[in-house]
Design a binder for this molecule. Structure first.
Ligand SMILES: Cc1cc2nc3c(=O)[nH]c(=O)nc-3n(C[C@H](O)[C@H](O)[C@H](O)COP(=O)(O)OP(=O)(O)OC[C@H]3O[C@@H](n4cnc5c(N)ncnc54)[C@H](O)[C@@H]3O)c2cc1C
Length: 436
């Protein structure tokens, strides 16, 4: 029996662009063939970047016009400005700061934080933007998580009116860069145990300590440093990166999120004037409030990565031929695509429902943890499946999946690992804390 790809597939999915004629006629001379095939058969150039917009459970059908406008703007930015250049930045581990500037100009950096003078942005719009940016590239998605989700949000939630007036518009427009420094070399999952100190002196505080993994920490902006005050509580301090005693080294040799820089920061007697202390950050509970808001954003980011991998896998399966037929015509391949489809639907339903709860102001820490736990581990599964389905081509940067496959690892770890999310969920189930 002859197996064929259905007409539906033919119309939905671009066919591979032949770099060379795929068939030859009986009139072709051997010289002509040698010119075309200097070293033998050449495989076609696969087209894997068509937007298929998978939405198996129709969860996005009722997205409002305002939210969709943000989503579309993110999509156009990714298509026109990110995808043409990002693989090169990733490979060279360079930070495309001009793209960060563009995020500010396009008002895509705010992560749903409403600021005077800016149009309203809902949490759903913020999630869709994060998903779309991550569908393009994880480093660009992470820029929004760091600058908007963490730095901007810290000032918006815990800052004085003067601090807000000084920093919120500037960070939103990317006129300034923002970093959020919580993690330390010896305190990751247990960041609550941080050891950086803020000692009161005349006119302000002196900071001493080290921070690790700080996105945007070495590019000359503002760092929100979380440190322990004389009262033993954790507080937030606004530290310009050109402050005397602040030194930062960009972490090299990463296999994930290579197009955004994280820094190892050393704080040696850094003076912070009293007006740079966040008045609303009185204990680690306030830090945790900022982190809770961004955890759901990481889940949205995971949906973006999974979508990209799924889209590439579907298109590759239709275009790649083995054993005389497209991969897509094999039952096992269809089962694998169905599994990805199902997993993607689960993720989409999860983020949309949790965001609805967030919009209503009733999202609990355990629910935010459930969203991150479910979405990053599921995205990993989809990325791994897609990577394998692309065979050797799956490890080439040119073929879309490899970058997402690597980037999901960073996202799986930051803002609380899978295990830590599980422990938060477990505590809500049992009433017993197994980690603190
Ligand atoms: C790409 C990237 C970007 C980041 N950006 C920032 C940033 O901008 N600002 C910032 O402050 N931080 C940032 N981080 C830090 C990030 O939040 C931490 O890496 C994360 O919280 C995990 O900490 P850790 O790496 O020290 O791992 P560890 O805490 O050492 O964990 C190692 C392993 O042990 C497991 N584990 C830990 N505790 C327990 C337990 N009680 N029971 C069972 N298992 C446990 C973990 O799940 C993990 O598998 C970033 C990290 C990465 C990788």
């Amino acid at each position: 029996m002859k197996l064929s790809v259905s007409a539906c597939w033919e119309s939905q999915i671009a066919q591979p662009k032949a770099r060379i004629p795929m068939t030859t006629t009986s009139d072709s001379t051997s010289e002509e063939l040698d010119a075309v095939f200097p070293t033998g058969t050449v495989e076609p150039e696969y087209v894997l970047d068509k937007a298929l917009d998978p939405d198996p459970a129709s969860v996005f059908k009722d997205v409002s016009g305002e939210d969709r406008a943000y989503w579309n703007r993110a999509r156009t930015f990714v298509q026109d400005e990110v995808l043409p250049v990002i693989a090169g930045y990733w490979e060279r581990a360079e930070y495309p700061l001009q793209l960060v500037k563009r995020l500010g100009e396009l008002d895509l950096l705010r992560d749903g934080i409403n600021i005077d003078g800016f149009p309203a942005m809902s949490k759903t719009a913020a999630g869709l933007v994060t998903m779309e940016l991550s569908r393009g590239d994880g480093s660009i998605g992470t820029v929004v998580a760091v600058q908007g989700g963490l730095a901007l949000r810290s000032v918006a939630e815990c800052g004085s009116p003067e601090q807000q007036a000084r920093w919120l518009p500037a960070l939103s427009r990317a006129e300034e860069y923002g970093a959020f420094a919580l993690t330390e070399p010896a305190h990751g999952s247990d960041s609550v145990g941080l050891e950086t100190t803020a000692t009161a002196v005349e006119g302000g505080y002196v900071l001493n300590g080290e921070k690790k993994w700080i996105g945007n920490g070495s590019i000359g902006g503002l760092t929100v440093v979380w440190a322990r005050g004389d009262d033993g509580q954790v507080h937030g301090y606004l530290v310009p990166q050109d402050s005397p005693g602040y030194s930062a080294t960009t972490i090299e040799g990463k296999l994930s999120l290579r197009a955004i820089w994280q820094a190892h920061i050393r704080l040696e007697d850094v003076f912070v004037p009293a007006e740079n202390v966040l008045p609303g950050a009185r204990s680690f509970k306030d830090t945790a409030r900022v982190l809770l808001a961004t955890r759901l954003g990481v889940a949205w980011s995971a949906v973006g990565h999974a979508t990209a991998c799924y889209e590439a896998a579907v298109q590759y399966a239709a275009q790649r031929r083995q054993f005389g037929r497209p991969l897509a015509a094999s039952q096992i391949v269809q089962e694998r695509l169905a599994r990805m489809h199902s997993e993607l639907a689960t993720m989409q339903l999860m983020v949309m429902q949790m965001t609805k709860l967030d919009e209503e102001g009733v999202l609990t820490p355990a629910q935010a943890a459930l969203a991150k736990f479910t979405c990053t581990r599921t995205a990993r599964s989809i990325a791994s499946n897609a990577r394998d389905l692309l065979g050797g081509n799956g490890i080439l940067l040119a073929n879309r999946v490899a970058r997402h496959f690597a980037d999901i690892e960073g996202i799986h770890t930051y803002e609380g690992t899978e295990t830590v999310q599980a422990l938060i969920i477990g505590r809500s189930i049992t009433g017993v804390s197994a980690f603190a």
